[in-house]
Design a protein around this ligand. Structure first.
Ligand SMILES: Cc1ncc(COP(=O)(O)O)c(C=O)c1O
Length: 378
């Protein structure tokens, strides 16, 4: 199976708007067609959920109309050229995964955390947002409608991408008058096909991902366009990704383009504290709890870039990779290597515990998974 990026790039949405049952909103649903030439099943279709709604009160507000759970065949997404998302970047997304269990049931991992993060992002971006319950119900309905696309146990997962955007027209700099929420999904393979593969990072000391008071702490779309230049330059030089520093002192670790970072020294695992400039990762939060349960001491604090040179191990966390060991980091032409080409013991241990919990292979004592029981598994 292809990696998540490759599979996502192959998605071709087709949808048709349908009238809302609620007069204050226009809800519609969509059906995605997967045109992957690599897959013999490319003629099969996946269903996606789309719901549009208008704020009932002037922004910023926190109300939206009920979502429809009816799915419809749809076409390319249609947006007003003056929409808030296209002109102002008023948009948020989330990323989550669903795993198939041996008994055919499907496991979601902490979906309410994604719902809460989207709500806090919506507040920052002056957007109305779904309640936690609405968000989780929409995710469940979309996954169940696409149950045939959840890979068999051990063969990958269903990546779930909820999107919230200002779809209404706005000429000035103001919140959009209408918002659209949609969810699309795609099956993805295991990120690491043959065990954990260490990545090579370069510390970026010129450009910054986020500023105090900015939007680095929420999952808004513009944060990602902003990292493409440094990331592309790093990749062109053979690095896997960029590690950002804080923009004030230019010496404290922040995060990688789409992952949080952890530094291991003995039994102490340190990670940059959440203070508005880094994304509060759900994997980060989970790994902190897993690490504590495994007897490690976890410190959330300012982590100096120089600590990288004293560390035993460094790893990144995120939904896509879960835990990604770092093989080397380059900072101002100084390079430090970890693990001699293989993943460190701590990364390996934490990866193993968390992925087995997410896949339903060990008891979920944390109560983090949500089990969906499709009427017919495949
Ligand atoms: C900037 C950034 N940091 C960290 C993460 C990791 O967050 P999570 O563990 O919730 O996937 C992501 C991925 O969503 C991200 O985009």
């Amino acid at each position: 199976m292809e990696s998540s990026g490759a599979v996502l790039a192959d998605l071709h949405p087709n949808y048709l708007r349908c009238p809302s049952r609620n007069p204050s909103s226009s809800s519609s649903t969509l059906l995605f067609t997967h045109h992957s030439s690599a897959s013999p099943s490319h003629k099969l279709q996946k269903q996606l959920l789309l719901a549009s709604y208008q704020p009932v009160f002037p922004s910023p507000i926190r109300r939206c109309a009920p979502l429809s759970d009816t799915f419809r065949v749809s076409g390319n997404i249609e947006l007003n050229p003056a929409s808030g998302v296209l002109n102002l970047g008023q948009g948020l997304f989330e990323g989550m995964k669903a795993y198939r269990k041996q008994d055919g049931n499907i496991l979601l991992f902490r979906p309410e955390e994604n719902a809460l993060r989207m709500r806090s992002g919506a507040e920052r971006m002056c957007m109305p947002s779904l309640t936690v319950e609405q968000f989780v119900e929409a995710v469940k309905a979309t996954v169940l409608a696409n149950k045939r696309w959840v890979p068999p146990p051990g063969k990958g997962s269903l990546y779930i991408r909820p999107l919230l955007m200002g779809s209404g027209a706005v000429l000035g700099v103001a919140p959009a008058p209408e918002y659209t929420f949609l969810i699309y999904v795609s099956p993805v393979g295991n990120y690491f096909k043959e065990g954990l593969a260490p990545i090579n990072l370069i510390v970026e000391h010129e450009s910054h991902r986020a500023t105090p008071g900015g939007t680095g702490g929420v999952k808004t779309i513009g944060n990602y366009a902003a990292v493409l230049k440094a990331q592309s330059a790093a990749k062109a030089k053979g690095y896997s990704d960029v590690l950002y520093l804080d923009c004030v002192h230019k010496k404290y670790l922040e995060e990688v383009s789409s992952c949080n970072i952890f530094v291991v020294k003995g039994d102490v695992i340190s990670t940059p504290a959440i203070k508005g400039t880094i994304l509060p990762g759900i994997t980060r939060k989970s790994i902190i709890d897993v690490a504590c349960s495994q007897g490690f001491q976890v410190e959330e604090r300012a982590v100096d870039v120089d600590e990288l040179f004293e560390a035993d191990e460094v790893f990144c966390t995120g939904t896509a990779v879960v835990v990604s060991p770092v093989g080397s980091i380059t900072y101002l032409d100084k390079r430090v290597s970890y693990g001699e080409g293989s993943s460190g013991a701590v990364s390996q241990k934490l990866y193993s515990v968390l992925t087995r919990l997410q896949m339903g292979l060990i008891e979920d004592k944390m109560d983090w998974t949500m089990e969906l029981k499709p009427a017919k598994a495949y």
